[in-house]
Unconditional design. Sequence first.
Length: 237
Amino acid sequence: MSAKLCIMTAYADETHTLLNALGQEVGDSVDWNSRLQFEWSDGDKKWVVMQSGMGKVRAASMCQMIIDTYQVDTFFEFGFAGGLVDTLDIGDIVVITGVSEHDVPNRSEIQREQDEWRACLFQASASSISQFATTLSKDPHVTLTKAPVICGDMDVYNREVRDKIAVESGAVAVNWESSAIVDVCAINNVKYVGIRVISDLCIEEDSGPIPKERIERLRESTTAYLNALVDFNKCSQ
């Protein structure tokens, strides 16, 4: 594994929470949806945090840039997600074990190829995902679920739509970027370890900016994630 700890986010709420958990006060320097990079050293650790901007195209291009620039053999995705099932709560962590898309290709051969790539990637990454989940679960403040997520270029804030997506897909959470990141990792034969922290429950009451009272819970989960990442990196070297 690279000596550098590279993590990718998509947008400002994720980036602010991550950097603040790392003790980096960035103020207004994080634009909401831009491509940004933050790099610094902390003792023997070198952190690289990159914000791709939201959506599959931006996420895929930033993922490829990180792979090319830092020669990582494991790609770490961090972000927030909407919870699709009532068993999840705000601040819970989903360790991603599979991805699907809300809008699938209308040609079966394309979908079949994607499914094969993704299955091979998660099989190749299974040991890393399991090891990381085990490390993360040791934190008493963490509530952790290992499960698939579904991705689409849309926000969900309707309980009926949410429940329908959950039943049809088998996913427990929804976000915009993970499927594109997984596909890039698969093409490059790079292992993937992705987590999503639940920031809302895909219901109308949760639409809009993340309330301040939730930020501390998200920050606790983010801190646990970072501690697990450091421990995972030590064990993998």
